[in-house]
Design a protein around this ligand. Sequence first.
Ligand code: GRG
Length: 270
Amino acid sequence: MRYSVTAGGKRLRSVLCLASADAVGGLRELAMPAACALELIHTYSLIHDDLPAMDDDTMRRGRPTLHVVSGEGIAILAGDGLLTEAFALLARAPQTTDAVMIARKLRVVGRIAAAAGPIGMVGGQAIDLHSSVSGPDGRDTFPLDTDSLRVMHAKKTGALIRVSAVAGAIMGGADDGTVEHIDAAAAELGLAFQIVDDILDVEGVSAHLGKTAGKDVAAGKPTYPALYGLESARRMAAECLERAESAFHAANLPESRLLQIGRWIVQRSN
Ligand code: GRG
């Protein structure tokens, strides 16, 4: 667990969570347990995604993947441990007897569980696997069209990014309307992140990415550059940022770190 969590990574989900708490005028320390729990869940998903039964990768965060170093059994257990520990952390911190804070914590637990589980990340990963791997019964794969690709990404990577901003806003004490505007904006940032990740997979160098570049193309996976071309994919990411900006305006948060993070996500592909 420690090997993978301390390997680095951009900490995007944690930073989004803390920036969101800041943006709504909340105390950052109240959002810190959720920020850490989100990183634990994200790291678990990467460990399991890299397993031979899934994406089968040997390099992650600039290091050999966990199953290469410690074996598949330990990699599966490390992922299970990180996921479970994330919810233990959400339950125990911040420690409080205040009814308002307990209610915030419960909402955050429910939303993170939904985002990480079968209607979110796990479901998206299942769609991805089903579309790219023949089943044990030898049945053919089904290729994703552009709409299904969007839904798959919204669940697989978008849901956790989205809930990161939402969790920070809830722990920071935002009202329901603000939380929903932040949710809408973060959905756009999640899509932009995926589009940019696809662009970097085409253009990036493994040493810079910390993972194997060019894998999606080699595997014949439908990606945004493959479906729309590089320039259109870049434009689509920029349009996501514009829509996110409108949602932040609607939330009365026109200039916050959240928007700066959005700009950073999109600029990575330029
Ligand atoms: C195994 C249930 C289960 C889910 C796995 C997130 C995921 C689902 C798979 C990751 C596959 C992948 C490489 C998707 C592209 C976008 C993405 C999530 C990249 C990794 O996130 P970063 O770039 O990683 O934020 P760091 O290492 O910086 O934290």
